[in-house]
Write a protein that binds this ligand. Sequence first.
Ligand code: ADP
Ligand code: MG
Length: 283
Amino acid sequence: MIEVENLSYTYPGNAQPTVRHINFAIGSGEIFGFLGPSGAGKSTTQKILTRLLRHYQGQIHIAGKSLSAWDSDFYNHIGVGFELPNHYAKLTAIENLKFFATFFDKEVIPPTELLDWVGLQEEGDKKTESFSKGMKMRLNFIRALMHRPEILFLDEPTSGLDPANARILKNIILDQKAKGTTIFLTTHNMHDAEELCDRVAFMVEGELKVMDTPRNLKLQHGTRVVEVDYGKDVPHSRVFPMDTLGSNPDFLELLQKEYVQSIHSKEARLDDLFIQLTGTRLN
Ligand SMILES: Nc1ncnc2c1ncn2[C@@H]1O[C@H](COP(=O)(O)OP(=O)(O)O)[C@@H](O)[C@H]1O
Ligand SMILES: [Mg+2]
């Protein structure tokens, strides 16, 4: 659905490129996560793919057609969730949705239904200037979905949302995937990435360093261990390799002799792998 070859981009006036020779391909119905610390170039990449930034170097094909060959019909096929919500402050939520619906040459989902998806059914007649950041984020999100696009670009969709609202948005993202939508998801939240993405790419300073499924990354680079907290008066902690636990005399002796507080299996986490593989912290 999305093919990117040797893409580079330099902002006008900048000496150094922000995006550097990146390559990736996203299959139909896939959720592809673009992960990286702030300033890595994730939003810039999304802006190029959604034609907000022109004059890039490299090749981009979307739905089989070169990005430069698409006309304005492009926006009937893609949905874009912006990093920073931009609505008309003096218009109500419903008025905003109706206004943005006029850009599409196709039928859209009714505003009241969209608002209902994200718990804003009571807020439809309020001006968006009175909305909290989280409410604006949710309105921004449903705006991207109103015309049932085949491809969704979401830039940090859950950023700044409380866990309950983040959950609602993540469920909608998974629903979209179940309907076959292809999703380009930008985030610096590893938990979201791990839960939602079929594959992830790690971006650092404009380059893609790693690309794989979260599961493969953990299998190939993680260590499987068990951590035991024990001791009644003085707390102690020991770590044992998971795979030889049953025949590990130290582990078995500890279980027999000590007061065990807790035993946890410690899978590799994507944020640890990010540091391990890129040498960079996520935040
Ligand atoms: N309009 C702009 N003009 C010049 N430089 C920009 C502009 N927008 C972003 N940048 C720079 O490009 C880099 C990547 O930004 P961005 O794509 O927003 O990163 P991310 O989304 O990964 O946090 C940053 O160093 C940022 O300062
Ligand atoms: Mg960004």
